[in-house]
Design a protein around this ligand. Structure first.
Ligand code: S3P
Length: 169
């Protein structure tokens, strides 16, 4: 069972359900779970929103990359990553050597899920790109993941079951 001795990395657009799915996989497989954004918030004492406002996206991407390298040395676990981790080639290069899963969700579903959520700096201000534009731009990068799971219409638990079945098969 390769999922028992290797870390599982979940990527996908904001609102694709990475955190909830990771928690469910963690329960199903009895593996620890971590969320990279939570680690950043703990380490810096700032919410992601505040981090972007105070220090900017460039610094955020730098820290995100450093922490991604660090967690590759951890024991096997389930990791939910921030939606923008795939923007840097060096992160994708690292993920290519791992169990790298893309949680696919359509822009319409994402829009619905994020409607009343104000915690994403990249979607907050009016001048920011629309979800659909950003989604289209990023899709080819997410699609570099060797495993793509369609999450549309599925609960996080159903998505997690799908992933566990696939990894066991
Ligand atoms: C980002 C996604 C966020 C967070 C930050 C940037 C992105 O994580 O890392 O706001 O660029 O897509 P979630 O995907 O968990 O919302």
């Amino acid at each position: 069972m390769r999922e028992k001795n290797q870390t599982i990395y979940l990527t996908g657009f904001m609102g694709s359900g990475k955190t909830s799915v990771a928690k469910n996989i963690s329960t199903l497989l009895g593996l620890p779970w971590i969320d990279l954004d939570h680690i950043i918030e703990k380490k810096t004492g700032k919410t992601i929103l505040r981090f972007f406002a105070k220090l900017g996206e460039k610094k955020f991407r730098h820290l995100e990359h450093r922490l991604l390298i660090q967690i590759t040395h951890n024991q096997p676990m389930v990791v939910s990553l921030g939606g923008g981790i795939i923007l840097e080639e060096r992160n994708r290069a690292l993920l290519r050597k791992k169990i790298w899963i893309h949680l696919f969700a359509s822009p319409a579903i994402i829009q619905k899920r994020l409607k009343s959520n104000q915690s994403r700096p990249l979607l907050k201000r009016k001048k920011n790109e629309s979800i659909e534009t950003l989604w289209k731009k990023r899709l080819p990068l997410y699609n570099e993941a060797p495993i793509r799971i369609d999450t549309n219409g599925l609960t996080p638990y159903a998505v997690a079951k799908k992933i566990v079945r696939l990894l066991k098969g």
